[in-house]
Design a protein around this ligand. Structure first.
Ligand SMILES: Cc1cc2nc3c(=O)[nH]c(=O)nc-3n(C[C@H](O)[C@H](O)[C@H](O)COP(=O)(O)OP(=O)(O)OC[C@H]3O[C@@H](n4cnc5c(N)ncnc54)[C@H](O)[C@@H]3O)c2cc1C
Length: 443
């Protein structure tokens, strides 16, 4: 099925324990810090029901039921094209920079689905569990997030040598399931999710068995607390002064499992060091997740480069050859990402399980390329906008009787661009390349 926005909102009004700024959040759907992103996520659900978007966002199962393209198990090359189109449709509609728009976390599950033969050898229940979970995701259309690394602690020590209750681990096994304790970081949009999946990055050694687990829980499971990072926006900034931060801030949370019961049917790997180490390098996890993350990264790059061009044009800095050279370099990065993504889809592989994965080499190349290309684009934006980026008056100054005339005069752009328009453009650029919102994107 495909849920609508209201069903999503209703589903996250539950007993979840979310803390922000020392306050326990009673309702994430109405709290100023979470509402803008809840509204975007609700809009994504609603889009799939609308005639204009349904052909891109939804498909019909063999029984004729409409389901989300994002959660569809990829069985053909066309499925990957369709997923890219769906993510692009959402990003066009959202009109800003948001990251959790597709279902990259679902891709983490597909990689286990691919490996059912291996899971069967370990314990047939685990392969049945992942199959059931993937089917449930298609049927119920929940919003999934994941948290795959540990809180910092001491990176030189093995998990069991840290404070015993710090890192996520099993403390008890019961007939009903496993009891887990400890923390995980970091779950972007965890506070407004329906489900969370915990998997591991490699690096376990024999003796780390209690930490080598993989499972999924609903976000309101008893004993799970989320502590959000300090908000940048606090729900008080005007959309004029902070056009991105005021509308598109995605909260991040530390997850604390305080003796949480995970039923056996939600456990995918249990005390298995070798398999937990193998998930990242040896399954399609990197393929499935990177296709989605690079699809949105491409849109983010296009947005940043487009903004740099607009800033240059607004002050006619684009007439200078070195500025043209920098912008040309950035446009080249956009083309490289686009090309690698298309190649990844073109050179797909079909797995014995029947799933199709995009080719890994171009996706891996993007993993290495983007952390260099994106900061460079931000640097170019900073270079072209220069001091003007932080010299902008506030929206309130345009209405202040004593200075409104000054503001109208001294902030004009080139070719008759009115002050108000230029200030809006530079504030957009500053949110992306100078302020806290943009710093998080860069990080
Ligand atoms: C904006 C943003 C959103 C994110 N959203 C999510 C999310 O939704 N879900 C999620 O799971 N994660 C998310 N992450 C977290 C991301 O997965 C982690 O930041 C990443 O896995 C690195 O882990 P870490 O930050 O703990 O760094 P650390 O592991 O502490 O590394 C710190 C430094 O030490 C080095 N180092 C650490 N250990 C070793 C070692 N054993 N050998 C050699 N060098 C070492 C690293 O290379 C690095 O330079 C997000 C991060 C950011 C910035």
């Amino acid at each position: 099925m495909i849920r609508n926005g209201q069903q999503y909102r209703d589903s996250i009004r539950d007993g979840r324990q979310v803390w922000i700024n020392g306050e326990r959040v009673r309702d994430v759907t109405t709290h100023a810090m979470f509402k803008p992103l809840v509204d975007i996520r609700a809009r994504i659900y609603d889009m799939a029901h609308e005639a204009a978007h349904a052909p891109i966002m939804a498909y019909r199962t063999e029984s004729g039921e409409p389901c989300s393209v994002g959660t569809k198990l990829p069985l053909t090359q066309q499925d990957w094209h369709a997923k890219r189109d769906a993510v692009n449709a959402v990003l066009d509609e959202a009109g800003g920079i948001v990251t959790r728009v597709g279902d990259e976390t679902v891709g983490e599950m597909w990689s286990l689905y691919d490996g059912q033969d291996v899971l069967n050898e370990v314990n047939p229940q685990f392969s049945a569990n992942i199959r059931r979970h993937v089917e449930r995701v298609v049927q119920q259309d929940p919003f999934h997030v994941s948290a795959n690394t540990d809180p910092k602690g001491d990176r030189s020590k093995r998990p069991q040598d840290q404070d015993p209750d710090m890192l996520l681990h099993v403390v008890k096994e019961t007939d009903a399931g496993i009891i887990v304790r400890g923390a995980r970081m970091l779950a972007t949009l965890g506070p407004v999710s329906d489900e969370m999946i915990m998997y591991n990055l490699p690096g376990f050694r024999p003796g780390d068995e209690d930490h080598a687990i993989m499972f999924a829980v609903p976000t309101d499971v008893p004993g799970l607390r989320q502590i959000c990072r300090t908000p940048y926006d606090r729900g008080t900034q005007s959309s004029f002064d902070h056009p991105l931060a005021s509308r598109f801030e995605e909260s991040d949370a530390l997850l604390i499992f305080d003796d949480v019961l995970v039923p056996w049917e939600r456990v995918f790997l249990y005390r298995d060091v070798a398999l937990c180490n193998a998930i990242y390098p040896d399954t399609a996890l990197r393929n499935h997740t990177a296709h989605q993350t690079n699809t949105r990264a491409l849109v983010k790059l296009q947005f940043a480069v487009g903004l740099a061009i607009a800033v240059a044009r607004s002050i006619k800095a684009d007439q200078f050859l070195h500025v043209q050279q920098m912008l040309g370099e950035c446009l080249g990065y956009v083309e490289i990402v686009k090309s690698a993504l298309v190649r990844a889809e073109a050179e797909f592989e079909t797995m014995p399980s029947g799933t199709v994965r995009a080719a890994l080499p171009p996706l891996q190349a993007l993993r290495a390329f983007l952390p260099a290309a994106y900061p460079r684009i931000i640097e170019v934006l900073q270079t072209i906008g220069a001091g003007g980026l932080m010299m902008m008056p506030s929206g309130a100054d345009f209405a202040a009787a004593g200075i409104a005339q000054d503001v109208g005069l001294y902030y004009q752009g080139a070719s008759g661009m009115a002050s108000r328009e230029r200030v809006k453009l530079f504030k957009l650029a500053w949110d992306l390349c100078g302020d806290a919102f943009g710093s998080r994107q860069l990080q």
